[in-house]
Design a binder for this molecule. Sequence first.
Ligand code: DPN
Ligand code: ZN
Length: 320
Amino acid sequence: MRDTTPARLLKRRSLLGSAAIGAGLLAALLGVPGGALAQPAPRPALVAVQSPDIPAANSLAHAQQLQTIATANGGNRAHGKAGFKASADYVKSKLDAAGFQTTLQSFTYNGATGYNVIADWPYGDANQIVFLGSHLDSVPAGPGINDNGSGTSAVLETALAVSRANARPTKRLRFGWWGAEELGMIGSKYYVQQLPAAERSKISSYLNFDMVGAKNTRTWGVYTDSSTLGATFTEYFRSKGLATNGINVGARSDHASFKSAGIQVSGISSGDDPCYHTRCDDINNIDSSVLGTATNAAAYALWKLAGIPAVPAVPYRPAA
Ligand code: DPN
Ligand code: ZN
């Protein structure tokens, strides 16, 4: 070990002169290797949550694909229509390519086949699942891009960010895109009801994303039955200087299916708009930066709640 006792330093001073010692100290402070007093660089401090910064354009590209699908299939993506199945196939193909374990779960409602897309990221404690979901169907009147191509895109892009990060979370991550929400949360109710009780009890929390891209967004609505989950979203928006308000969505979206099974739920919404449930809820009806904020809020909540390890801000290089 290097002798740094005062006596030794004084001896060095007398041999080399104070200028050399000064240069060595400066080299050490600047982290320059080989200085007379160079020390190993300190390990950088770890930050609590380090979710990725996801470009808004990524989520917007999914919304554009959903618009293209609606346009090619009679202008909507409603339960029982070709535009719905094509939407489910789009989401599933992206997840399959990214390494998720996916399931296309079918159910029957109103004489038509509906589908849920479920994706698991196969790492972390399978007994503690953090679940993010959004409904995938539109109403028959239009393409449903704010309601709910926006939530669909935000959750899809968050899942793809998990894959890009090659995340190794403490908890398990599951993602769901629900069919026939607009007819009464049919798909999410079906999913929860067919799960055995032992499987239901593994779900720690469910976060819902429904209408998260509205152009007229003033504040972010946060709904929750758990102060921890709600605070996670509020904390994210506050860190970006964005206003929030507590809203009550009641049983108007898919979180209600999970809440009924005793699972802690929360969700965010930018709100509806003049094109709600009409033909003009198209790609021009969303604001890409609002959609980008929703995506990053989803990623922040997921990284925090599932315990995805923070990475050092500066790579750690041991001293040679
Ligand atoms: N997106 C609405 C629907 O599916 O008709 C429900 C809703 C309203 C969701 C308000 C969030 C906030
Ligand atoms: Zn909706």
